[in-house]
Ligand binder design. Sequence first.
Ligand SMILES: [Fe+2]
Length: 308
Amino acid sequence: MALGQFVDERYFERFSETTATRTLELDPAEFRQLYNREAFAFHHHLCDEPLLQFEELFKLCKRLPENSIKFRRGKVPVDINFDTSLAQNRDGLTLDSVIEHFDENESYLAIYNPETDPEYRDLIERILSEISRNILDVDSPITWYSTYIFMSTAQSVTPYHMDREMNFLFQIQGEKYAKLWSRFDERVMTSAERDTLLTDEGKKRPAYRQALERLSKNFELRPGIGLHHPFIAPHLISTKSDRSVTLAITYRTELSDVWSDAHNFNYYLRKAGLTPGPVGVDRKIDQRKATLMRCARKCLKPIRDLIK
Ligand SMILES: [Fe+2]
């Protein structure tokens, strides 16, 4: 299932300042300093949104296609493989049993792309429009987005992993602990691991190690608190309260697309035995690498088509 939606620069123009949500409370100085460099918490006003309450979300689960709803037992080790954690811990649960006995089953349920539902699309896109407006001075236009709603029970764990995009995470109900790590810290992920992460999608996410514990930035999420995840920042999240609802708005921008392609370019340089400099340090060099990667892809496409 293809996740998310590609958008162009003008996509959010249809939302004026009055129709976008006004839910983010960002400290301008902190935002400017930390955005896409370090994780930071912020306040939001989404907790009373009727569409984000348990009963409405259960109705949404029944409306959406089956492959948009993922579920498993909530309690899993922090170091299990993120990509197989859903399949490996489904444990005989069905969607009906999860909805009817959510707490007794110690469930974890993820709704993928709630924006594909007509009732949710407007809310999600209004939030995205607000994010898009806020990041414009420090980033670039949004090129893709994908959103998720996570519903969980006490001690549920989202194992250690990193995503290939940025995220504004909104805690709506209940409490969670979140640990995030810097994407620039070589002790957390080496430059080579970062390059590989952006190349072999889903195959090579660096694994959790106990030694990471002392390197994380820790947050306690409660209703009304949000958390910004910088690009590919590793994270690990656990549910503290009985029930929790969290909305994740993940997105890529023109700049993060440059980083992705520069990582991709580095990956091939490494395969050729070279040791390229890290991505995210010099914007001009990243841009040149990304341009070369895009040219190479374009040139190689007819050859790939021939050998299909
Ligand atoms: Fe994540």
